[in-house]
Design a protein around this ligand. Structure first.
Ligand code: FES
Length: 107
C-alpha cells in the first residue's frame, strides 16, 4: 500500500442524547464521511488520499470535526457541500481552506 499524500480523519464519535459534550455524530459526521468517500471514489484518489473515521478529536462543540495530515489542520462545523471544496482546494490543490478551519482557540 502506498503512503497517502494526505490523510483525512473524520470524527464519527457518537454519545447518548443529552450528553453534555454532544458528539460529531449528532451534527452530521456520517454525511461528511460519506461525502469524502464519494469524492475519493469519483476522483479515483484511493492511492493518494487516506480516509479514516475516528473517535473524538477533542472539540466536540465545533463538530463535525475533521483533521488533515501532514498539515495537522482541523476543520469544524462542516456541511456536505464543504467536502468538495476541501478536496479540490486542499487535498488536490495543496492549500487548506482557511474559511473552514477552526479557530486557534479550538486547535
Ligand atoms: S465528538 Fe467529535 S470532536 Fe468530540
Amino acid at each position: 500500500m502506498p503512503r497517502p499524500q494526505k490523510h483525512v480523519f473524520v470524527c464519527t464519535q457518537n454519545r447518548p442524547q443529552g450528553h453534555p459534550r454532544g458528539s460529531c455524530a449528532s451534527t452530521g459526521s456520517a454525511e461528511i464521511m460519506n461525502e469524502f468517500m464519494n469524492e475519493i471514489q469519483n476522483r479515483a484518489l484511493f492511492e493518494t488520499i487516506g480516509l479514516t473515521n475516528t473517535g473524538c478529536l477533542g472539540p466536540c462543540h465545533a463538530g463535525p470535526s475533521v483533521v488533515v495530515y501532514p498539515e495537522g489542520v482541523m476543520y469544524g462545523g462542516l456541511k456536505k457541500a464543504d467536502v468538495k471544496t476541501i478536496v479540490e482546494e486542499h487535498l488536490l490543490g495543496g492549500v487548506p481552506v482557511a474559511s473552514l478551519l477552526v479557530g486557534a482557540d479550538v486547535w
